[in-house]
Design a binder for this molecule. Structure first.
Ligand code: NI
Length: 202
């Protein structure tokens, strides 16, 4: 082996070692963060103090004794929110009256600037008379988004308006207000209703 060739190999070996070290660093830095953001255990959710669609101040404590089915979104959402809330309304209709009395579907806005009390009222009413719509000042809403680990990112649109990219998760909170389970992705009204019935039975 020539001297030049061995130097070349040494350089490649050093480069590979460097790359391996970098991968380890990335894995330790990034992977736990992904795991930590997945809803799990009692660390998801918490107290909130917001305004309902009738303009009344409400807190999470007002819903004790009921299973809360909570969804975060915004009324100007073009697709995901209306689809999901439509499924929620259908799921609620699949429950017996006795079960319905123990469940409250709640829509919480991630866009309090545009989602005024009147806007929220019209919106939730279009889905179900049983649905509670919650808004508030940005200062009231922000900590709730944090507690539920909601991803919401404002994106300016060309028409001078904006949309909000957001996570789409249905949270099931038990009668004590603690996280019970969640639905994500495409979930049918039947699946949501089955999950709620199971929660009520358990
Ligand atoms: Ni949406």
């Amino acid at each position: 082996m020539t001297d030049r060739r061995s130097k070349h190999l040494q350089r490649i070996a050093a480069l590979l070692a460097g790359l391996a070290a970098l991968l380890v660093v990335i894995a330790f830095a990034v992977v736990p963060r992904f795991i930590a953001t997945a809803p799990q255990g009692p660390t998801v959710g918490g107290s909130f103090s917001l305004i309902d669609q009738n303009g009344r101040s409400v807190t999470d404590a007002d819903f004790r004794g009921k299973v809360m089915l909570i969804y975060f979104g915004y009324t100007f959402c073009p697709d995901v929110c209306p689809t999901t809330l439509g499924n929620v309304a259908q799921a609620y209709d699949l429950l017996t009256p006795a079960e319905q009395a123990q469940v409250v579907p709640i829509f919480i806005t991630i866009d309090p600037e545009r989602d005024t009390v009147d806007q929220i009222a019209q919106y939730v009413d279009a889905f179900s008379p049983a649905m509670v719509g919650l808004t508030g000042s940005p200062e009231q809403v922000a900590p709730v988004l944090k507690e539920f680990r909601v991803y919401a990112h404002r994106v300016e649109t060309t028409d001078g308006n904006y949309s909000v990219d957001h996570s789409s998760i249905l949270y099931v909170m038990d009668k004590k207000g603690q996280y019970a389970t969640h639905f994500s992705g495409e979930v049918t009204p039947k699946e949501i209703a089955a999950g709620l019935k199971k929660q009520l039975a358990g």
